[in-house]
Design a protein around this ligand. Structure first.
Ligand code: ZN
Length: 179
């Protein structure tokens, strides 16, 4: 992976938008961006862009360099993209997601879970929780009233294994590269 690919990917993780991240990197001159110019090119409202840049700065992926006035009296704000921190950022994020998936896998394998039959994001209860609710709310979803049904554990485990596999491969590629 090239250094440019890495920083595009890292910025995309924060922005949740790959094409926007790519545009930012492409528009930067020697890694430096002027905020007003970026606003025009990315067609983003000023506050949205500012919030995005702050989020990127929180992850040390960009840093505000300072401001100056041009000849017409416009205030220019400069930011620098920290390409050299992209790899460590991605490694950290990937490892966090990996930990999360492993915890979820343990949770799934240690008990039976029930979800709303209409929309699994409504509620997720352990078998014990379902039993303790039997007398009051019954076996229905508190959000929409649909029945609760046991989670198809095999399917979820399969999804988790697949994602872990992808992450392991990505980590291998990142860690295998000379920095
Ligand atoms: Zn529901």
């Amino acid at each position: 992976m090239s250094e440019e690919d890495l920083i595009v990917l890292a910025l995309a993780v924060v922005a949740r938008d790959l094409s926007l991240a790519r545009k930012m990197v492409n528009f930067a001159k020697d890694g430096v961006l002027e905020e007003g110019e970026m606003q025009e090119k990315l067609k983003l409202p000023p506050t949205e862009l500012r919030q995005l840049l702050y989020r990127m700065q929180d992850s040390n992926l960009v840093v505000q360099l300072g401001t100056k006035e041009d000849e017409a009296g416009n205030r220019l704000t400069y930011w620098r993209i920290n390409s050299d921190l992209a790899k460590s950022f991605l490694l950290r994020r990937f490892k966090e997601v990996r930990e999360m998936l492993i915890r979820r896998r343990e949770e799934e394998s240690s008990g039976e879970y029930y979800v709303c039959a209409a929309d699994p994001t409504h509620i997720r209860l352990s078998f014990d929780e379902v039993i303790s609710r039997m007398d009051e709310s019954g076996l229905v979803c508190p959000v929409c009233g649909a029945m609760l049904e046991p989670v198809d554990r095999d399917k979820i485990m399969e999804e988790i294994e697949k994602m872990l596999d992808v992450l392991d491969k990505a980590l291998e590629v990142l860690e295998g590269e000379a920095s």
